[in-house]
Design a binder for this molecule. Structure first.
Ligand code: NIG
Ligand code: FE
Length: 405
């Protein structure tokens, strides 16, 4: 038995309302305990509370001094694309000079340029790359990450990407339908091939499937066919939808009972109402909107209408080269109209729900001891300090995996 005590914390903050996924007013209800402790046993939280209620502890216990720090649940990044080779610094410069994301993709760049580099990399390199990005995520407080394929777009590289995510401890999502690679004549033929030749093997590794529903990639009918086949193979369904244009991704997500629809920068009030009346989670990715100079998603309207939302980085080399959920929380509070408490719930308990992981996302007895110690006596510095070095210490399953002390 191993025990760890984080003592004398200035604050502890955790989503307050019970429930697998928080909506409406409940999203913003965070319980704050002053002068607090977290007690861990065998990787799980044994107790949390004020120091005045700390139980007497027999036997060995490793102590961590929480003086001047505040504890929040380990952050959960439910939408990333970490298994890529190469970079897109050149395209970043072209966009800064006026080129658009859609023009670069249509000219064979964008996702397709990362696909060329990723196919050439080999699976050992992909493992190293995902592990490197995982370390960067941990340093920003992410203790659980989802990682998508979608830069292989051939059988072996798609599987190598999924293996690399799984090997690094991530939650793998198959994004075979990310773009149409040049060896297939069109999107319909490519979807046929994905379902027949890749899905049976991808479904052995991935937990979810995803598709980029957009003009120039996959339309609603192609996405429906792909997702129906993925659902029949046992995968949870997710969509990239309403990023650049609103072409029917929200109604499709609702029709298919998808777990999430991610992006929503182009979602209209009708889409907001449809999501609010459904169980589909809207995953908001404000870094991608900022990076591409697009409108921010209608986060405030979604929460006020009663929709479930989560926040994620969308970490990828093209539209969101940023591993930091604290930066996402700052954008949530300054650009999306959310409160720090709503942002915290959205990238902890609600993001864990998107990944089907009810064992994490709060600081409560019996849950995984995934804990971030924010280097300030008020936990809201998480969002308040724009791009600051806010993450002091990270515990994953009760072990210190990052510390700047
Ligand atoms: O979520 N929109 C589609 N996919 C990614 C971007 C991928 C890329 O540009 O490499 C996204 O933004
Ligand atoms: Fe994405």
């Amino acid at each position: 038995m191993s025990r760890l005590l984080v003592r004398d914390l200035a604050q502890l903050a955790t989503p307050a309302v019970p429930g697998a996924v928080l909506r409406g007013v409940a999203l913003g209800e965070v319980e704050v305990v002053e002068n607090a402790f977290v007690l861990v046993r065998d990787g799980l939280i044994e107790a949390v509370g004020p120091m005045t209620s700390l139980p007497s502890i027999d036997g060995d216990v490793h102590e961590v001094d929480g003086d001047g720090l505040s504890a929040i649940p380990g952050l959960v990044d439910c939408h990333t694309h970490p298994a890529f080779a190469g970079d897109r610094a050149h395209e970043f410069a072209l966009r800064a000079a006026g080129a658009t994301y859609e023009e670069l993709l249509a000219a064979g760049g964008g996702i397709l340029s990362t696909t060329r580099a990723t196919r050439a990399a080999g699976s050992d390199a992909l493992h190293e790359i995902v592990e490197r990005h995982r370390e960067a995520m941990i340093a920003h407080g992410t203790t659980t990450f989802e990682g998508k394929s979608g830069y292989g777009l051939d059988h072996d590289t798609e599987l190598a990407q999924l293996e690399a995510v799984r090997g690094a401890g991530g939650v793998p999502t198959w994004l075979g339908a990310h773009a149409v690679p040049p060896e297939h004549p069109d999107a319909d033929a490519y979807v046929d091939w994905l379902i027949a030749d890749v899905l049976p093997d991808a479904a052995r590794i991935a937990l979810a499937a995803d598709v980029f529903v957009e003009r120039g990639t996959f339309d609603v009918e192609q996405a429906r066919r792909y997702l129906r086949a993925c659902g029949a193979a046992g995968l949870t369904l997710r969509l990239h939808g309403d990023q650049l244009s609103e072409i029917g991704a929200v109604p499709l997500a609702v029709e298919l009972g998808a777990r999430s629809i991610d992006h929503l920068e182009a979602t209209s009030p009708t889409g907001v109402e449809a999501l609010a009346a459904s169980d589909v989670v809207g995953v908001l990715l404000p870094v991608a909107a900022l990076y591409l100079g697009r409108p921010m998603p209608p986060a405030r309207a979604l929460v006020d209408a009663g929709a479930a939302i989560a926040l994620a980085t969308d970490f990828n080399p093209g539209s969101a080269y940023c591993e930091s959920l604290p930066v996402v929380c700052t954008l949530a509070c300054t650009q999306l109209g959310l409160t720090p408490a709503e942002a915290l719930s959205a990238c902890t308990v609600n993001a864990a729900y998107v990944l089907g992981l009810p064992d994490r996302g709060r600081l409560a007895p019996g849950l995984r001891a995934d804990v971030v110690l924010v280097g300030a006596p008020d936990w809201r510095h998480l969002a308040y300090h724009l791009a600051g070095d806010v993450v002091h210490t990270v515990l994953r399953e009760g072990r210190v995996v990052h510390s700047r002390a």
